[in-house]
Write a protein that binds this ligand. Structure first.
Ligand code: ZN
Length: 304
């Protein structure tokens, strides 16, 4: 059932307050991508076991597949059933129009990323689109997240190693971050400090000194995308420095697919794949989510 505008505003108010608390108390929301109902259950079961507040998020691909209202309803139904604290993030929304639909569907977090759709978008294009979304988000009070330029990688398994010299060219600079935050009025700045979408043959290296200078230079919340395959100690340090949201996708997708392949091979007589998913896949994806919750220090922080 669709939320009323009043309910949306209450949810967004609480989400905003909780992001502030996360920063003050040195923990972060894991923002876990959902591909289907099974991944949603895995995330929310982990949230229940760990008593942790979480975000679930969908990118445009899942929005096209599932639909904004269906996502909102599924999350609200399971939120009630499990008694967990959960909010929804529209992840990498490619246009102002798409972001507006997410706001109207009552998503508490909106990430506007026009450079994902057009890697050559100019600074002015990005700032102008972001400002429009910040302005429209006043309808519900949704928190708006953005970054000043294209953020690399994709949520998949990559065979290439990471060229750190190339990646460094895309790092956030504290001064530009400050300019971007002040020009747009965003609530959350998506920092690029060595984090990268996807899983790679080598672990990621985060520049925590750079993160500290960004934290000292801007006042809004900071998020990290591309959290998969990142050694946990980086997250534990990042939340101490003041990161409040970390996006995780590829580690869950990898666990889902590899476990599903193995399970199908081992259960050739079972034609209810959904049963196999419930029994074998959800627990494995759930354990991935639980370990991220541990690293983000959000265990026991839920206020459902
Ligand atoms: Zn991302």
């Amino acid at each position: 059932m669709a939320l009323t505008l009043r309910e949306m505003r209450l949810n967004c108010d609480k989400a905003r307050q909780r992001m502030n608390e996360a920063r003050d108390e040195h923990w972060a929301f894991g923002a876990f991508n959902l591909d289907d109902e099974a991944t949603l259950k895995a995330v929310l079961q982990a949230a229940r076991v760990k008593q942790a507040p979480v975000l679930v998020e969908v990118s445009q691909g899942e929005v096209d597949d599932i639909g904004l209202d269906v996502v909102r309803d599924m999350v609200d139904n399971l939120k009630r059933q499990y008694g967990v604290e959960v909010y929804i993030n529209l992840d990498h929304s490619p246009s102002v129009e798409a972001a507006k639909l997410g706001i109207e569907a009552g998503f508490e977090f909106i990430h506007i990323d026009v450079s994902q759709a057009n890697h050559n978008a100019s600074d002015d294009d990005i700032i102008s689109a972001t400002k429009k979304v910040v302005n429209y988000a006043k309808l519900t009070g949704a928190l708006v997240e953005s970054e000043p330029h294209y953020f690399g990688g994709s949520s998949n398994l990559h065979n290439e190693t990471i060229d750190y010299d190339e990646i460094k060219k895309t790092f956030s600079s504290p001064d530009h971050a400050k300019y971007f935050v002040e020009s747009t009025g965003i609530d959350t700045f998506a920092a690029a400090i060595g984090n990268l979408h996807g899983k790679y043959p080598v672990p990621k290296i985060l520049d925590l000194e750079l993160l500290k200078s960004i934290r000292q230079t801007i006042d809004c919340a900071i998020s990290l995308h591309g959290g998969s395959d990142t050694p946990g100690h980086y997250f534990r340090d990042a939340v101490l420095i003041g990161v409040s949201k970390v996006n995780i996708n590829s580690d869950m997708r990898y666990a889902y697919r590899t476990t599903l392949e193995k399970t199908l091979m081992e259960n050739k007589d079972e034609y209810s794949v959904a049963k196999l998913i419930t029994k074998f896949i959800i627990p494995v994806v759930q354990s991935v989510v639980e370990s991220k919750i541990d690293d983000l220090n959000s265990v026991g922080k839920a206020k459902p």
